[in-house]
Design a protein around this ligand. Sequence first.
Ligand code: GCU
Length: 602
Amino acid sequence: MKNLNNIAIVFFIFFSISITAQKTEYANLLQNIDARQKTSLNGKWDIIVDPLENGFYNHRLQEYDKGYFKNAKMQSPSDLIEYNFDTSLQLNVPGDWNTQMDKLYYYEGTLWYKKDFNYTPTSNQESFLYFEAVNYEAIVYLNGEKIGKHIGGYTPFQFNVTDKLVEGNNFVVVKVDNKRKKENVPTVNQDWWNYGGITRSVHLISVPKKHISDYSIKFEKGKYNTIKGWVAVANSADGETVNIQIPELKESAKATVTEGKASFSIKAKPKLWSPELPKLYEVIIETSTDKVVDQIGFRTITTDGSKILINGEETFLKGISIHEEAAFKTGRIVSAEECKVLLNWAKELGCNFLRLAHYPHSEAMVKEAEKMGFLIWSEIPVYWTIQFENEDTYANAENQLTEMISRDKNRASVVLWSMANETPESKPRLSFIGSLAKKARQLDDTRLITAALDTQGKGDDGNLIEDPLGEVVDVIGINNYCGWYYGDVNSCSSIKWASAYNKPMIMSEIGGGALYGLHGDKNERWTEEYQDELFKSNIEMMKNIDFMVGLSPWILMDFRSSRRPLRRIQDDFNRKGLISEQGMKKKAFFTLQEYYHDMDEK
Ligand code: GCU
């Protein structure tokens, strides 16, 4: 009997360790910063352009402690200080530097930012410096002291600066480096402009010492009558009570914190969030010291064979791909208003689905899309020839994935997490993306996993989808450029498709370039007529693919890319947009609009 007890104890220890080992680790990010007390650090920042990283290394290329981050001032007329933020140029934050200064248009390297701000301490508060995104690598200093580093150009990060702030004037310095490197994510070649800088907002966030740091609130998987979730409370002892209320449903729950987290479940049958009815509920989360209010939608996303079901109903995803390029002024989008310009065009096109390519877009874009009823494909920039055998590259990709899921896990609009785009088939690539998919499912088992596959060179007479990545994902994305990169623009309609997998397929890219206003014969490349003919021919082809349940053509709007120099046609813009960057709709816009409209009529 004694032996049996010992075996049971060993098993229990092993089991609990393995469960702990699988414990879901979200990024260290305050959830829903819109609901927090925050001071904006947006506006003019002083800058120093530093291609030789002279502000970081001495002449022997050693990091030194007298870098620009010290923001040193002459104490006597004989002092030698060869930099001065006070007399430097300035850039707007948020914003990329490439479109703010002509001489920074092509700049790839280090640029220093500095901002002064006032701080008044409040007792029993914690303060965080929160960056919504910096492309690509950021080293952050507060009052001359390094407080941390972040790698990845499209996800948020924060530093607890409670003990580093001083009463009165403080200064923050950020070393931003957007150099492309083979080991980076994305790697050195990408078909979008490498916009560098503090490209999204910066906040100083104040929360109570004991505060709601994170939470997840959604339907219990597979149920429409049970809302479940957890609330993480920082600096809380066990036993702290958390109240969760959904006033409109007249439902609430009390939960108790154990080891920093309180789990709960609420029996309720909310109106479902859907593209047709993007219903959001006010959810109030309260503890003895903190209160956070969010707007949350409740829906399910599942597959059944080759179908995608939203709330149990077969749904065709009428989509469009979008880069985070601002219309009119161009450059990185920096506001919700600029997001709405693109979202309204997508709505006019008849879309219920957006592929936010090729990196996580801003939280504002995701939240605005949610209010408007768009389903979202959200993606990390594991793009093309990533270094699949480099462990650091994997850790970087996994960190960006974790930050993306951590930030948006409560957004009903997000239904697909995409692991990669057009990565070349190989065993290391399959292992790399397989590990990312496993991590994504560990963090969030309620959404579908996808990836966009490259079909170039799969032959013109038909495409068999047999990429081994099809085993890994729930939904297969296919990028197909019949009529542009291969195949005759008039022959696409006769191409037949088959799949080795009984899984849904989304045609995640089709398209071709056209310069708005250039007209000619439909066989004349770069004319609107050619692009329109390509769409017509591909639409005919897609009507015959019964396992295709979504489409996100490439792309809503022309966007800047260093791969597109053709003078007088591209002029540094990828012209596959259905709309020019000046907001002019091309003929193909109306062809796709008609396709989606006719679909609704059936
Ligand atoms: C690729 C890629 C896009 C690129 C597009 C193009 O499929 O996914 O990032 O912009 O094709 O060549 O225009």
